[in-house]
Design a protein around this ligand. Sequence first.
Ligand SMILES: [Zn+2]
Length: 292
Amino acid sequence: MRFAFPTAVVVLLLVAIVSGSNSARLTLSRAFGAAGNATPTIQSLDMPPATPAPLPPPAFAPAPGGQRPYIPILMYHYVRNVDQATDPLGYGLSVTPDQFAAQVEWLRRSGYDTIQMSALAACIRGESLCPARAVALTFDDGYMDAFTAALPVLQEYGATATFYIVSGFVGKDAYMSWDEIRTLRNAGMEIGAHSISHIDLTTLSHDENVDQIARSGAEIAAQIGAPVRSFCYPSGKFTPEIATITRDVGYTNAVTTIQEGAQNDLFTLPRLRIYGDMSQDGFQATVAAYLP
Ligand SMILES: [Zn+2]
């Protein structure tokens, strides 16, 4: 009973946010950048204490003369061993821990830096220096092996990555918990949002999209104690209106599953899918084709 009243307040606030899109936009975008220090908002009611100040992203060697070289964005899902015969779909979405280690080792030994998506966005917007030669590593869905298999490799080779979390899946079977996500963040990784329920956003109303896109980011920001600036469309599905909502609620960039293209539109960024059956030579050729 102790918690009955605060819970009711949370529900009322959520209803208010979902039902009025103008006030929702204000509340949510304020919540985004100011996790933990605003007047009572959704996350200040019953969230754990925020972690300390944001960590600076790892350094990269800047491109000379304000140049902006292409920055390949690599897309991963699972880092695990999967049997191709019994789970062909899962196999296609997975690289093995050994494959991933070989890929990151090659990147680092070949002089590629790694860059977080929010830093990539700042470079494209002309707000900060761009890396001379870097790739962005991205991981979708927030699976447990991001913590158990990807993180150790990234740390071993001094690399960073962006992890897109489905806020409603956190703590479920095979998904990371908030503690594990905070550990990723504190280890220098960027945490991005990937909706609340991984629903196809193109099937939703405007207000439902505001909720899926903004509230997932606000929940994650409250949990990690830092702003969330990067979004990933579930299954790569979006429309121009969805991209506009993503920008309006406070993200600086969003990635798709489009396989190739320019990086001029920060809300429709293409990525290179890294397949489970990709050889090491194939991986190296894929990256080098975009950024020799
Ligand atoms: Zn996904």
